[in-house]
Design a binder for this molecule. Structure first.
Ligand code: ZN
Length: 79
C-alpha cells in the first residue's frame, strides 16, 4: 500500500484532483480521502466526489490518492 516518502505515513491519503464541495477549515481540502491498512484500501471518506469517481478510486486507488493526509506531501510510493 502507499507510503509517504517524507513522513512515513502509510494509512492516510487524499486525492489531489477532487476538490471539496464545501470549504472545511479543519484539515484536508480534498474531496476524497482514504484509509489504508497493510494490504488494502479499507475506507474512503467522500466530501465531493461523484459516484463514478468513488467507484474508480476504489478500483484504482493509485490513480487517485496522490497526497499524504499527514504532511500534505505528494511524494508517495506504491508497491
Ligand atoms: Zn507524509
Amino acid at each position: 500500500m502507499p507510503t509517504c516518502i517524507k513522513c512515513g505515513n502509510s494509512t492516510h491519503f487524499s486525492c489531489g484532483h477532487i476538490t471539496r464541495s464545501l470549504p472545511w477549515n479543519n484539515g484536508t481540502d480534498s474531496g476524497l480521502v482514504a484509509l489504508f491498512n497493510e494490504s488494502s484500501l479499507v475506507n474512503m471518506e467522500n466530501h465531493g466526489a461523484s459516484y463514478e469517481d468513488l467507484n474508480n478510486a476504489w478500483s484504482n486507488p493509485h490513480l487517485y490518492f496522490n497526497l499524504c493526509s499527514i504532511c500534505k506531501s505528494d511524494m508517495i510510493t506504491w508497491p
